[in-house]
Design a protein around this ligand. Structure first.
Ligand code: BG6
Length: 490
């Protein structure tokens, strides 16, 4: 299968925070990969902008180091890298000071798409937006890209939306949730809406429950400062997991276009029921002393500044959606750091057949459609069949497995990173995979009372061992409903 790469329109892309971690790890290597794929037209230019003083050559060196570090060796082609670097330049600017803005304006060309990536903290969004207008750097067709965290509660998200709206129209604002750029997340929509097989079963009549898991093996490491003010609920649930839930639960949009899709997602968020405290389990990873041949593991409290922090590095919740389609179907969400395996999946667990003709002793298993985001992206549908052999009618469960890398050959192994796809969508002017302002606000409106609840009660997160599958209480969340979590497998 040969994938079609259609070059985007010529553009000037300015990356504010161009020397930052996200630019180094994701944005710049991603742009290089799009260049290699032939998606970047000759007239495309990338301008790094940050406070440090450096010239174009020093920035090109910074970018070439990032490519070296984050792109596999097989894709290091000296001539190609050189050609890519020739499109880069650098301007020293400070959102809160005057220098550099005229220079930046001078670099902008007419007749090409202008995009501004705000890869900086949200406290600078307003100042940057203002400068772009004040100096006439942005035009009516320009796009701005903003990163999460988009606020830390409803009030701050509203304030951010208001500030951006003073300078840009909603059609110019691209709020990134990188989960929406993941191949499998988009496949979720393809599976649901390009096949007639699943949709008739996609409701409370046939689905017993849904599990959404995003498990990581890493701890908060060097990000302790940010993370401790955030926690798993704000860092993962309010955005990434909410988006996954929306794509599973939403009604079919009338068209695959930005507002049609986002309207349907918004309806799901607004239909989310409040979550009572007994349906929430929070955890914090413990440390582990060094043992023979095994390094010591720092605890969460070692990784952050506050030795009494009550921030959660793990959360599990039982979420209900109050609408006709999902009445009574629990959506169990869990995410955490320092868990047994790095795995992200969505599992739709179907109901048992109404009556078993094979007798009581057969070990019945429900049909499960598991959609794996990582590691090996793909889908598995577990079905019951007869165990081979003459031993009578014994049943066994087998997976119908579609790992994209196998099913799609080479195309399946060279899946673009989420950031690559999303940046190209910005240039194309396609907002389908970006969050609209009202969507983000609705997500906070649901999240706020949950967080306020545990803050008012002064709840402490439960400890869990590194490499485990989370706190014991999270198992109980399902056990008490007669269900169990799917195994965490990497
Ligand atoms: C980020 C969170 O948005 O997503 C991180 O801030 C988390 O804490 C990361 O590790 C997970 O992304 P991915 O793509 O590695 O699953």
């Amino acid at each position: 299968m040969v994938s079609r790469v259609i070059p985007v329109d010529p553009f000037d892309l300015v990356i504010f925070g161009g020397t930052g971690d996200l630019a180094r790890r994701k944005i710049l290597p991603g742009l290089y990969r799009r260049f290699l794929a032939g998606q970047m037209p000759d007239e495309a230019r990338i301008i790094g902008a940050a406070r440090s003083e450096m010239d174009d050559d020093a920035y090109r060196k910074f970018v070439s180091d990032a490519i070296e570090e984050f792109i596999p060796k097989s894709k290091h082609d000296k001539a190609q890298i050189k050609e890519f670097l020739a499109r880069l330049s650098y301007v020293a600017t400070d959102a809160q000071a005057e220098g550099g803005w005229e220079t930046l304006k001078g670099l902008m060309r007419d007749g090409v798409v202008r995009a501004f990536y705000f890869s900086v903290g949200p406290s600078l969004f307003g100042a940057l937006a203002e400068k772009l207008n004040e100096y006439g750097i942005a035009d009516a067709d320009s796009r701005i890209v903003v990163e999460k965290p988009f606020g830390r509660d409803l009030a701050s998200a509203r304030a951010l939306n208001k500030t951006l709206a003073e300078h840009f129209d909603e059609t110019q604002i691209y709020r990134i949730d990188h989960y929406l750029g993941k191949e499998t997340v988009q496949n979720l929509m393809a599976v649901r809406f390009a096949n007639s097989l699943f949709e008739p079963l996609w409701n409370a009549q046939h689905v017993d429950h849904v599990q959404i898991t995003v498990a990581e093996t890493v701890g908060v490491g060097g990000r302790g400062g940010y993370y401790d003010k955030s926690g798993a609920m704000r860092d993962m649930v309010q955005n990434h997991m909410m988006q996954l839930l929306c794509l599973i639960a939403m009604e079919p949009p009338y068209k695959f276009e930005p507002d049609a899709v986002r309207d349907e997602k918004l309806k799901v968020i607004r239909a989310l029921s409040p979550v009572p405290h007994e349906d929430i389990v929070r955890g914090q990873y413990r440390g582990r002393p060094a043992a023979q041949g095994v390094k010591a593991e720092p605890s969460y409290l070692d990784d952050v500044e506050d030795p009494h922090s009550r921030t959660e590095s793990y959360i599990a919740l039982k979420v209900g959606i109050a609408n006709w389609r999902w009445q009574g179907v629990p959506f169990y969400l869990r995410t955490g750091k320092k868990l047994r395996a790095r795995t992200s999946e969505i599992a739709i667990i179907f109901k048992e057949p109404p009556h078993s003709i094979f007798g009581e002793e057969d070990e019945w298993r429900e049909n499960v459609l598991a959609i794996r985001l990582q590691p090996d992206e793909g889908m598995t549908l577990s079905v019951m069949i007869k165990e081979p052999g003459p031993g009578g009618m014994r049943l066994t469960e087998v997976p119908l497995d579609m790992t994209f890398a196998d099913a799609l050959g080479e195309d399946g192994t060279d899946i673009p990173d989420a950031y690559e796809r999303l940046i190209m969508d910005v240039i194309r002017g396609n907002q389908t995979l970006f969050m609209r302002g009202d969507e983000v606000e609705a997500a906070w409106a649901w999240t706020d009372p949950i967080i306020e609840g545990w803050e008012e009660r002064g709840d402490r997160p439960r400890g869990y061992d590194p490499g485990s599958s989370g706190p014991e209480d999270a198992l109980m969340l399902l056990h008490r409903d007669g269900r169990r979590w799917r195994e965490l497998r990497g």
